[in-house]
Design a protein around this ligand. Sequence first.
Ligand code: GLN
Length: 310
Amino acid sequence: MSTSRDATAYDLDELRTAVLSERGGEVDESIPQLAEADEDFCAIALALPDGTVHASEQARVRFSVQSAVKPFLFALALVDTDGAAMDRVGIEPTGEAFDAIKLESGTGRPPNPMVNAGALLTASLVHGDDVAARKERITAGLSAFAGRALEVDSDIARDEHLLGDRNHALAHLMRAEGTLGLTADDAVDAYAHACAMLVDAEALAVMGATLALGGRNPVTGEQVVPAGVARDVVSVMATCGVYDGSGRWMRAVGVPAKSSVSGAIVLSAPGRLGAAVVSPPLDEQGTSVRGHIVSTRLSDDLGLHSFASP
Ligand code: GLN
């Protein structure tokens, strides 16, 4: 094991090769495109404050971002509503699955922006006079986080929109509670569009770095969101980002992060770096098995754990 704390000297290919022998986990089967994912796909990338990106093999292979988009949707919603989005969604962890059909008791708000109910709401709060304009704004906002123009996989977006029965159920429930302003179908449409955004590990690491570094993209220098928004989003990633696995994650890795069904994990280590690890087989909480192992190793070797004494 490397003892280097210098991210640029870290051998990410060695780490990738070592973790490929791990065979645990199951690939998500919610839509055909995810079910067909290559179980041996694995990529790791680190994005550093000086704008350099350090990556393993396969870090330019694209995949749909899925739930790793949720922190960025929350950030865009906060900006577009001048902070009012904070009152429209809770920020407490649920201890339940990402797609649990459950809202906050008493308020009818989604429990937090990292579960599906919350992301359906934050996607609906991104500005746009109609569905097409909202989707354009989501694409542009996510591209600013990534520092390059991102594209949507329209087949994935269509299938998620059509086949996402639990998301439709959640959106209807929020309509019934009066907490969702858009129609249920428009909210699912916007959210499916965001989940179907194609990224690679390098782009996702830069997105994570932008949140970790006060909202400023280290590659382009653009202030994508205000520092206070980035701080709020990273705080909620820390408590809710890995769903009902958030406690185990925080103990082992100690870095705010967001998991997703494509096997991607985006990490934001405040003031230090952004990282992305992707490998499709998932554990019971929907976290990439290899991603968890790699993130733990990176945290240990680079001294990233938030609660470890120096
Ligand atoms: N598109 C997926 C869904 O809404 C994303 C879920 C995830 O990545 N955990 O079901």
